[in-house]
Design a protein around this ligand. Structure first.
Ligand code: PGA
Length: 255
């Protein structure tokens, strides 16, 4: 099995001073790939901090990611940031299709597919977020929604391309709500996603993350599930001791 992956999604939070404190207090955790996805203007600061960490712990430095990216490579797209720019700052990962991007910034399934394709073509790894809203869960639509979201990506990337992405299951109702999905709910959906991937010819072994109110006290149980390969962490990633404890919980469960 590949290494466990724990990704901190800082969202629209941070300042030079706050980041310095946070980056100084988290470090590599043996057996886990630790990634921080910082706001664009702080990539250079984080790249520096990460380089310092790597010098101390040769093989296992913290890795850097971004929270979104343009689907375009260059040109007259005011306000956009390209994958090549992210790569120049050492980003390895890009979160694509987070539910906040979908709900608040109008990113539809097709846009998400094009962004995933752009990230893959540049040799970075997309973290593709999928997940249902509460009304969709209550209507028994969980796998229909996720299948639709994944289909839009698969149509552009093909099975081999999708296989190079990380997939994060993030039920919209669990994000920032303090109410994580139960281990039963996560186990069922992750198994469903694995079946969907296999049925669509995506090579086995893909990393599936769970995200949505992962905290110190529920991380171990979530990471112990057989189809959960790590987590996408929002609020708790801003508190150094909590983020480190969550990363350690990933090791304790098979990393
Ligand atoms: P949360 O956010 O951990 O604060 O629920 C997770 C996410 O949005 O990626």
């Amino acid at each position: 099995m590949s290494k466990r992956l724990v990704v901190g999604n800082w969202k629209l939070n941070g300042s030079l001073a706050a980041n310095e404190a946070l980056l100084g207090a988290i470090g590599p955790v043996a057996g886990v790939e630790v990634v921080v996805c910082v706001p664009f203007p702080y990539l250079a600061q984080a790249a520096n901090a990460v380089a310092t960490c790597s010098a101390h712990e040769a093989a296992a430095g913290i890795r850097l990611g971004a929270q979104s990216v343009s689907e375009y490579a260059a040109g007259a797209y005011t306000g956009e940031v390209s994958v090549a720019m992210l790569a120049e700052f050492g980003c390895r990962y890009v979160i694509v299709g987070h539910s906040e991007r979908r709900a608040l910034f109008g990113e539809d399934d097709a846009t998400v597919g094009r962004k995933v394709q752009a990230v893959l073509q540049a040799g970075l790894t997309p973290i593709v977020c999928v997940g249902e809203a509460l009304v969709e869960r209550e209507a028994g639509q969980v796998m229909a929604v996720i299948g639709r979201q994944l289909d839009a990506v698969l149509a552009l990337t093909g099975a081999e391309g999708l296989g190079r992405a990380v997939i994060a299951y993030e039920p919209v109702w669990a994000i920032g709500s303090g109410r994580a999905a139960s281990t039963g709910e996560v186990g069922e959906v992750h198994a469903g996603i694995r079946r969907w991937l296999a049925a669509h010819g995506v090579p086995a072994g893909q990393r599936l993350l769970y995200g949505g109110s992962v905290k110190v006290d529920n991380a171990a149980a979530l990471f112990a599930l057989p189809d959960v390969d790590g987590g996408l962490i929002g609020g708790a990633a801003l508190v150094a001791k909590d983020f480190v404890a969550i990363c350690r919980a990933a090791v304790a469960n098979g990393g």
